[in-house]
Design a protein around this ligand. Structure first.
Ligand SMILES: [Zn+2]
Length: 409
């Protein structure tokens, strides 16, 4: 009898524990203080469903599906991605609610998150036709929308804000643009350092334009005006290319499974939070830099989007990028560079972490995706935000002027 009772008690305890605690799944994360990744089994927080990734704040679906990915999903890769997206996006929400005290994060309706979706986003129809230039190796967040009344009933749709993760596709790096040995770079490498810095600035810009224009960017960016988080990393590969001359230093293949790179989830969620002022219509150096900044703050690392074995061989973005400002940095074609991130990071170091983060969050109120440039819009917005937030605005704005000067403004 005694034994029987303790079994009952034990099973009752384990049952009630199960009732409170969601199921656990393996999630890929980075070690504190390192870029290394590891898998850890963690509990999925705030679930609303007992058998799928449908929670209070996020619902994870595959492609254009309506139903959430089931815990019984047979495709292990999808299960892994679903757990990864669900957990890291909840981390992102916690960051915004508790660290940044964002009211918007607290009141945000549930976000649908799509895995392995290749369709382009269509403002009037949600998903563009399957055959229309399928997309890979990137991620994006989309604004809420609705099909207009004239759209046939079978194509009527209405959607809230969503985050889309494209599948990874391995492509030959050389297909991205002419990446062969470049005699100009070879001779540059032989020059003295200060001269390289000076020349490399203009040199990179020229090369990037050359690589990018025909090879990759024009196609998707012109076809639908929405951000491509994935391309940023792609661009860094190419910048590396111009630095290191040739294939010896460049991976033969390029691939990026955005859902398996934690900072991409933080970046996309930041776009949604910032979209009360910085609308998600297209990519600009300012709105991408802002999303990068908060991805970097949340990940507590100097570099973000660093390689993840088997999932991404993209070159990272560096918060301490030392390059000086050039007018090329304003081009939307370079929205994926890390220059804006480094400017914002310098603001953080000037004002201190806490005030810096608040000032930069506040600065979105003075920014517009359609018109804000770095040199005028962003710097001005930061100074205005400092008026609102800094303890000693006069003194702190002087410090900021000096900081901006050091970045070449
Ligand atoms: Zn972005």
């Amino acid at each position: 009898m005694k034994i029987y009772l303790s079994v009952v008690v034990a099973s009752f305890i384990s049952f009630s524990a199960l009732a409170d605690v969601g199921p656990s799944f393996k999630v890929l994360m980075r070690m504190p203080g390192s870029y290394k990744t590891f898998y850890k089994k963690v509990e999925m927080p705030d679930l609303e469903s007992h058998n799928s990734f449908d929670g209070k704040y996020f619902k994870i679906v595959k492609g254009k599906d309506k139903e959430a990915v089931s815990f019984e999903e047979k495709d292990e890769a999808i299960l892994q991605k679903a757990a990864n997206a669900y957990w890291h996006l909840n981390q992102a929400r916690d960051f915004w609610v508790y660290k940044m005290q964002s009211e918007k994060a607290e009141s945000l309706p549930k976000i649908t998150v799509r895995l392995d979706i290749t369709n382009q986003y269509d403002e009037l129809g949600h998903f563009a036709h399957d055959n229309r230039a399928p997309q890979y190796n990137n991620a994006l967040s989309i604004p809420e929308g609705e099909t207009p009344a004239w759209v046939p009933a079978n194509r009527q749709d209405k959607w809230g804000q969503e985050i889309w993760f494209r599948p990874k596709k391995t492509i030959l790096t050389k297909d991205l643009g002419p990446m062969g040995p470049n005699p100009l770079t070879v001779s540059l490498m032989a020059l003295e350092r200060p001269l390289i810095n000076y020349t490399a600035n203009q040199f990179n810009q020229r090369l990037m334009q050359q690589f990018f224009y025909p090879a990759y960017v024009t196609r998707p960016l012109h076809e639908d005006l929405i951000r491509y988080a994935g391309t940023f990393a792609l661009m860094k590969v190419i910048v590396y290319g111009s630095r290191y001359t040739d294939n010896l230093f460049i991976d033969k293949y390029y691939y990026l499974d955005t859902v398996m790179v934690p900072e991409v989830a933080y970046h996309e969620y930041s776009h949604i939070i910032l979209s009360d002022h910085l609308e998600m219509s297209h990519s600009t150096p300012v709105n991408e830099g802002m999303a990068d900044y908060f991805a970097a703050v949340q990940s507590e690392k100097r570099k973000i989007y660093t390689q993840v074995s088997g999932f991404s061989n993209s070159a990272p973005k560096d918060t301490q990028e030392k390059r000086l400002y050039s007018h090329w940095d304003e081009s939307n074609r370079f929205a994926t560079a890390d220059f804006t991130l480094s400017v914002l990071w310098d603001v953080r170091e000037t004002l201190g972490e806490e005030v810096g983060d608040r000032v930069i969050y506040q600065s979105r109120k003075y920014l517009k995706t359609s018109s804000s440039t770095i040199s005028d819009g962003l710097l001005r917005a930061i100074l205005k935000a400092c008026d609102d937030i800094c303890d000693y605005p006069k003194r702190d704005k002087l410090k900021l002027y000096t900081t901006f000067g050091r970045k070449g403004f």
